[in-house]
Design a protein around this ligand. Structure first.
Ligand code: DAH
Length: 369
C-alpha cells in the first residue's frame, strides 16, 4: 500500500464524486436544452463549460487525487465534459439554423411590391424623328424656322397662290378660328412658313420648318385632324430643279441610308411650278419586292417605292407676293409628313398610338431614332 497522498483532500475532491459529476453534467445538459436563443446558449456555455464551470473546476482537482484514482476520475470527467461539449455543439447548430430561417423570412424583399419612384418618361418619337429629319438639312446648312399654328389665311392660302375659290379654303377641309370671316385658320400645312421666311429673312434663304398642322379629317388608323409636316425652302440665285433633286436625294440618303434613289411624278400645288410628288426607293427591300418572284415587303406594300411628299420649284407668284424679283431669284420647296415618316420608317401602324401619348408606345423608341 502506498502512503496516503498529502494533498488528498476529501472535501475538495468531493467534486469528483460520480454523483456530483452526474449532477453537474445534468444541470449543464438541462441549461443547454432550455437555451432559447444563441445568447442564452452563450451564457449556458460560460456557466457549464467555461473555465469556472463546475466541470472545469472538478477537472482541476484530478491532480489532488491519489495517482491510482486519477485515471478513473479522468475518464468520468472526460465523459461528462464530452457529453456537455456535444450537447453545446448540437444546440448551437440548431439555434443557428433557426436564426437563419428567421432572417430569411423577416428580411425577405418582396420584389412584387409597387415601386415608389416615379416611372421614367420618354420623348415622343414624333419629336425625336422631327429633330432628326430637320438635322439632316441642318447638316447641309439649312436653318430651322418655326411659326404660329393659328395662322392668317393670307399666309396659309393667298400668298401661296391659292385662288379664292380653292376647295381647301372651305370649312370642309380647314378649321377656321371663329367664323369663316375672321381670316384666321389653324394652319393646314407648314407652307405658310415659306412666306414668313421670305418676308423676314435676308436672301438667300435655306430653311426647314417642322410643325403641327390641322385638317378636318376624322381620326382613324392613317388620318388625324392634327398631324405634323416638315417644310423645306431654298431661294437663291440660279437655283434649278437639279438642286431640288439633289436636296431631296441628300435627305433620303442622310435619313434612310446611302444609295437609295428617288423618283418624281408630275403633280400640282398652287405655290410650286412645276410641282411633283417624290418617292424614294424602299429602304427595306430596295425594290426587290416589286420584281417578279420578289419576297413581299410590308414597308412599301411591295410597291418598291415609298411616297415621301410634295415638292417643286417655287412659283414666281409666291416670290412676287413676298417682294422678291423672280427674274433674279428662283427656288425649290418640299413638304413631308412627319407622322407618315415615323409610320413607314418604324412600322408604327396606327395613328391613334401617336396621338394617345401612351408611354408603352413611346418608350421602346428610346431617346434616339
Ligand atoms: N403643303 C403641301 C401639303 O400640305 C405639301 C407641299 C407640296 C409642300 C409641295 C411644298 C411643296 O413645299 O413644294 O399638301
Amino acid at each position: 500500500m502506498s502512503a496516503p497522498n498529502k494533498s488528498y483532500d476529501p472535501v475538495e475532491v468531493s467534486a469528483l464524486q460520480p454523483e456530483e459529476l452526474d449532477r453537474a453534467r445534468d444541470e449543464a445538459l438541462a441549461a443547454i436544452a432550455s437555451a432559447a436563443d444563441l445568447d442564452a446558449l452563450k451564457r449556458a456555455r460560460l456557466a457549464h463549460a467555461g473555465d469556472r464551470s463546475p466541470l472545469a473546476l472538478a477537472n482541476r482537482e484530478i491532480g489532488a487525487l491519489p495517482p491510482q484514482a486519477r485515471a478513473e476520475a479522468g475518464k468520468r470527467i472526460g465523459a461528462a465534459r464530452g457529453a456537455v461539449g456535444q450537447a453545446l455543439k448540437a444546440r448551437q447548430a440548431e439555434l443557428e439554423e433557426e436564426r437563419d430561417q428567421r432572417v430569411l423570412v423577416e428580411e425577405a424583399v418582396d420584389v412584387t411590391l409597387p415601386w415608389e419612384r416615379g416611372a421614367r418618361g420618354a420623348r415622343h418619337p414624333l419629336t425625336t424623328i422631327r429633330e432628326r429629319m430637320a438635322d439632316v438639312f441642318v447638316s447641309m446648312g439649312f436653318e430651322v424656322s418655326e411659326g404660329p399654328e393659328v395662322e392668317a389665311e393670307w399666309f396659309n392660302f393667298d400668298a401661296l397662290n391659292f385662288k379664292p375659290d380653292h376647295p381647301a379654303r372651305t370649312m370642309q377641309d380647314t378649321f377656321f378660328v371663329g367664323s369663316e370671316d375672321t381670316g384666321l385658320v389653324l394652319r393646314t400645312h407648314t407652307s405658310p412658313l415659306q412666306i414668313r421666311s421670305l418676308l423676314t429673312k435676308p436672301l438667300p434663304v435655306y430653311v426647314v420648318a417642322p410643325g403641327r398642322t390641322y385638317r378636318t379629317d376624322e381620326l382613324d388608323a392613317t388620318h388625324s385632324p392634327v398631324f405634323h409636316q416638315l417644310e423645306g425652302l431654298v431661294v437663291d440665285e440660279g437655283i434649278t430643279m437639279a438642286d431640288l433633286r439633289g436636296g431631296i436625294d441628300a435627305f433620303v440618303n442622310g435619313m434612310f441610308g446611302e444609295g437609295l434613289t428617288t423618283r418624281m411624278r408630275p403633280s400640282y400645288f398652287p405655290f410650286t411650278e412645276p410641282s411633283a410628288e417624290v418617292d424614294m426607293r424602299c429602304f427595306v427591300c430596295r425594290g426587290a419586292s416589286a420584281e417578279p418572284g420578289g419576297e413581299p415587303c410590308r414597308t412599301c406594300s411591295s410597291e418598291g417605292w415609298i411616297e415621301l411628299g410634295g415638292c417643286g420649284m417655287v412659283n414666281p407668284r409666291v416670290l412676287v407676293a413676298c417682294g422678291i424679283d423672280p427674274d433674279r431669284y428662283s427656288g425649290w420647296a418640299f413638304g413631308l409628313g412627319i407622322d407618315r415618316t415615323l409610320m413607314f420608317r418604324h412600322g408604327a401602324e396606327d395613328m391613334h398610338d401617336m396621338m394617345e401619348g401612351d408611354v408603352r408606345f413611346t418608350l421602346p423608341f428610346g431617346m434616339e431614332i
